[in-house]
Ligand binder design. Structure first.
Ligand code: NDP
Ligand code: GDR
Length: 344
């Protein structure tokens, strides 16, 4: 029977990947970090928490001996390393923790594989944040890197380590350079979910106005459930490699906000510029969004747009969901949750 370890099982991608692998008949070992109150709301929402083939295992990504034991105990043949301090904004305040988890964490797993069984296949969750200060568009596997945050720098270390273990020790290590992917399971600190949750609350009369940072930033946003399929395809290929997963469409945060308001039945217009920009409800004249410079970052990634033609041609992977469809799905989910008084 096929078996896989997923680090970061409590996160957005960990939950979707677990669901995907269980449907494929895998034994799934979901690794989570010890905290005083572990939160499994995502796998609960997907209804897989009690699946007989899902095994939740405590694991510390910074402890090499723990990674060695995890591989030995489970006998898993595939490892998906999704655990990370994944919030770019926080990485400026916690650069050392970010380096230890997001960067060195991957090397701990690679070392464990090298020691226990070098034929175990490894997926590293790399990111478009490694392109950072973009110099060419669109970005593909050959685009030079220029990270703009401690998070991006840490991910680049993990990415090159994966490539290096592939070249040095023949480990089947794949690096998936994934552009932003969102869903109703996205954490509320990320801008898309922050927007859909706030718009839902505004629609329900639970909030007056939403505050955002740089709404000129442009991102290539896809649907997370489709991206975990791409991760799996990478590990089933004949050869390990690096792949970009993206939609090829880029939009600003402002446009996503506009879509979200429309999905909730509002018609907004934008007025003012820079820190003075606001979004006003045409019907009531109320201000529904304002800028708060506290949400600006010390260095910004202005524009991301990916070229996933290699994944399409070599793995048969193509994204299906439009940004409008994704945004609508997230807004409706947040309206339902906020109506029920439940929102993580
Ligand atoms: P999430 O933030 O939703 O999940 C991150 C996971 O990492 C959680 O399970 C979290 O556990 C775990 N984690 C955080 N800190 C630690 C730690 N110190 N020790 C062990 N585990 C830890 O991220 P996503 O699911 O969105 O992303 C999955 C991976 O893909 C991440 O590595 C991310 O950086 C990367 N990525 C994501 C993209 C996206 O657009 N979503 C794009 C490209 C890459 P806990 O619940 O306990 O906090
Ligand atoms: P990102 O996602 O940094 O791209 O990293 P995030 O949603 O945090 O930011 C996207 C853009 O929106 C701008 N922005 C705001 N962001 C947040 N969080 N909150 C705000 O109020 C706000 N206002 C404007 C940001 O400045 C930025 O330009 C995500 C994470 O999932 C990473 O782990 C992953 O690697 C990358 O996507 C690809």
């Amino acid at each position: 029977m096929k078996s896989a370890i997923i680090t970061g099982i409590t996160g957005q991608d960990g939950a979707y990947l677990a669901e995907f692998l269980l449907e494929k008949g895998y034994q799934v070992y979901g690794a989570y970090r010890r905290t005083s109150s572990v939160n499994f709301w995502r796998i609960e929402e997907l209804g897989i928490t009690n699946h007989p083939n899902l095994h939740l295992v405590e694991h510390d990504l910074t402890d090499l001996s723990a990674s060695i034991r995890l591989l030995q105990k489970t006998g898993a043949r595939e490892v998906y390393n999704l655990a990370a301090q994944s919030f770019v904004g926080v990485s400026f305040d916690q650069p050392i923790t970010t380096g230890a988890i997001t960067g060195l964490g991957a090397v701990n797993l690679l070392e464990a594989i090298r020691i226990v069984d070098p034929t175990i296949r490894f997926y590293q969750a790399s990111t478009s944040e490694m392109f950072g200060k973009v110099q060419t568009v669109p970005q593909n596997e050959a685009t030079p890197f220029y990270p703009r945050s401690p998070y991006g720098v840490a991910k680049l270390y993990a990415h090159w380590s994966t490539v290096n273990y592939r070249e040095s020790f023949g480990i089947f290590g794949c690096s998936g350079i994934l552009f932003n992917h969102e869903s109703p399971l996205r954490g509320r600190e990320f801008v898309t979910r922050k927007i859909t949750d706030a718009v839902a609350k505004i629609a329900l009369g639970q909030l007056d106005c939403l505050a955002l940072g740089n709404i000129d930033a442009a991102r290539d946003w896809g649907f997370a459930r489709e991206y975990v399929d791409g991760m799996w395809r990478m590990l089933q290929a004949d050869e390990a490699d690096t792949y970009v997963l993206a939609t090829g469409r880029t939009e600003t945060v402002r446009t996503f906000l506009d879509f979200a308001f429309r999905a909730a039945g509002f018609d907004v217009e934008f007025a003012g510029e820079g820190e003075a920009e606001i979004a006003v409800d045409r019907k009531s004249g109320k201000t529904l969004m304002r800028i708060d410079p506290r949400f600006y970052r010390p260095a910004e990634v202005d524009l991301l747009i990916g070229d996933a033609s290699s994944a399409r041609d070599r793995l048969g992977w193509t994204p299906q969901t439009s940004l409008e469809g994704l945004c609508d799905m997230m807004v409706q989910a947040d309206i339902r949750r906020n109506q029920a008084g439940f929102s993580f």
